[in-house]
Each structure stands twice: as structure tokens, then as C-alpha cells.
Design a protein around this ligand. Structure first.
Ligand code: GLN
Length: 302
């Protein structure tokens, strides 16, 4: 079965479309590019080529994996985030576009002290923690875009931290620190608590009961431990609201991604913790509530 490339891709697109894959046309092309190590231009240049049997077979095996619901990013092993290429495996959540918004906000606050153009802090930000870092997408992008800061990335999953370390190496980031442990556990040393100027986090925040209703790509392939936020989805926000203040420098800032319907609950948790002020919510590109920012209360803050 030797086929011209354009015919092979047409068949691949049809198979993905019939399986109800949303981005069938693009995925079919991307899977070929991955197989033959081509970019979009290379694909066009090979468009009329007639392919060998074994190439067609290898291609249809990839199509089959995608048909069965495996996310394309786990097949190709990579995802773009903030213009950087991140290695991803099933040990880490696939970085989402929604999360780029929070990363951009963090870069703004580090560089200008403002959030979406509004002054938010006078204090300089040097020491930054990406808590629950997964692939390292947030923390490593910030480290690339703000070379003056000290970045630490931590996660409960040693496997995830290994991927984040590989990503740091391929992004040529040499001074990022990595820790494995449950939330702030790695930062509670005998010499006292390690403190940061900015703690940023995309913790697991899906209600346990909702997980079964997620797209099969997410539900059956992404790490449950990166998604499951407990019975009400708020377990990690509760713990972070409680523990983060002990790890924040004076004027420290906390930024967290939230689910589109968690604004009120998370703002309330932070208010009730009585340690935060200037608690605000920012929206993602789709106009949904997505980010909560808060500042550690100082003596002068109400
Ligand atoms: N945004 C992810 C999703 O909807 C969830 C990420 C998380 O739990 N932190 O699948």
C-alpha cells in the first residue's frame, strides 16, 4: 500500500473526523510532520511524494492512537507554551492556553509592578515559586522572560519534576531550583521557612465528581493527581490559603489559576484566611474568571 502523501493525510483526516476528533485536519498533518520530522513548509514540499508501505503503516498507527483519544501532545511529546517548546508526557498536565494569561500577568507584575496596566505593588520581585509546576511551563516561561529573578519549581510528583528539569535544560535555564514534595513541604527546613516574593500556582482544581464527565482525552490520559481538587475542587486552595502566608516575604504576592466558576469560593477562602489584601480576580482570553491575585497583608494594610 504505497500512497501519495496528500492521499495518506486525506485518509488520516477522514479517520480522525469520523472519530469525532475536533481538530482532525490539523492533527492529521501534525502527526505526519512528527513522524517524518517535518515542519509545515516541509510538509508542503513533500506533498506529492509517494510513500513507502512502512511509512504509511507507521502513520496509521499514530492515527489509531489519536482515534482512541490519546492527546496529540502525548503522541508527539511536546506542547508550545508562551512561544517555548515544552516536553510533555502522561506524567504532566498538558499546558493550556488559559494558563498563558496568568503567566503573562506574572511577567507584567515582575517587570512593572502592575496587573493589566493597574499598579499592584511597589515592592520588587526577585524570588519566585511555581508551586505544582508539572512540566514547568509557567515557572520556566517566567524564568526565560524575566532573566533577573530566582525561580524555584516544585511538585509532589518526582516524575513531573524530572520533566520540568529536562525542559529547563532544553530552554538553557541553568539556575532554576527544583524541589519534590507536597505543596510547601520542601520549604519547611530546619533553618526556618523558605519565603518568596511571588508564589504562582495552577493547582489541581476539578471537583472529584466532575472528573468522570471530562473529555476522554483529559479523563483517560492526563494525570489525575494534576486535576483532582477534592470533593469541592477547593482542597488545594484551602491548603494554599493557610500555608502560603508563612512562605511569603513582606509584600509578597500569590497568584493562582482557578476554574471558571471558583472565583467567589477562592476569594472567600483568601479573605477568611485574614492574611491577604488586594484580592482580585482576572479573566482569561475567553472572558472567564481564571486568575486570583492577592498580596500578603502588611501592618499598614486593612
Ligand atoms: N484547566 C484544566 C482543565 O480544564 C484543569 C487544570 C487544573 O486542574 N489545574 O482540564
Amino acid at each position: 500500500m504505497s500512497l501519495p502523501l496528500k492521499e495518506l493525510i486525506r485518509i488520516g483526516q477522514n479517520q480522525l473526523r469520523q472519530a469525532g476528533i475536533a481538530d482532525a485536519d490539523r492533527d492529521a498533518k501534525d502527526l505526519y510532520c512528527y513522524l517524518d520530522r517535518l515542519d509545515a513548509v516541509g510538509l508542503m514540499m513533500h506533498w506529492q511524494n509517494v510513500l513507502q508501505d512502512n511509512t504509511c503503516e507507521a502513520y496509521f498507527q499514530l492515527i489509531e492512537r489519536r482515534v482512541s483519544g490519546e492527546p496529540i501532545q502525548y503522541i508527539t511529546g511536546q506542547q508550545e507554551f508562551m512561544g517555548f517548546s515544552f516536553k510533555v508526557t502522561p506524567a504532566v498536565l498538558i499546558p493550556r492556553q488559559d494558563t498563558e494569561t496568568m503567566t503573562e500577568d506574572a511577567v507584567e507584575i515582575i517587570k512593572k509592578g502592575s496587573l493589566r496596566g493597574e499598579k499592584y505593588t511597589e515592592a520588587g520581585i526577585k524570588d519566585v515559586l511555581d508551586l505544582c509546576c508539572g512540566s514547568g511551563a509557567i515557572g520556566l516561561s517566567i524564568a526565560k522572560l524575566c532573566p533577573g529573578i530566582k525561580m524555584t519549581c516544585s511538585d509532589i510528583s518526582g516524575e513531573a519534576v524530572k520533566i520540568a528539569e529536562e525542559n529547563a535544560a532544553s530552554l538553557n535555564l541553568k539556575s532554576v531550583r527544583f524541589e519534590v514534595g507536597d505543596l510547601f513541604a520542601p520549604f519547611c527546613g530546619k533553618l526556618g521557612k523558605k519565603k518568596f516574593d511571588l508564589i504562582i500556582s495552577n493547582p489541581p482544581y476539578i471537583n472529584t465528581g466532575v472528573i468522570a464527565t471530562l473529555q476522554k482525552e483529559v479523563r483517560d490520559h492526563e494525570p489525575l493527581s494534576a486535576l483532582d481538587g477534592g470533593p469541592d475542587g477547593l482542597t488545594f486552595y484551602r491548603r494554599i490559603a493557610d500555608e502560603a502566608p508563612l512562605h511569603m516575604n513582606k509584600n509578597g504576592i500569590l497568584m493562582m489559576e482557578i476554574g471558571y466558576d471558583q472565583r467567589q469560593a477562592v476569594m472567600q477562602l483568601l479573605t477568611e484566611a485574614e492574611k491577604f489584601c488586594d484580592i482580585i480576580c482576572l479573566k482569561d482570553l475567553a472572558g472567564k474568571d481564571r486568575i486570583i491575585a492577592a498580596r500578603l497583608k502588611g501592618k499598614k494594610d486593612k
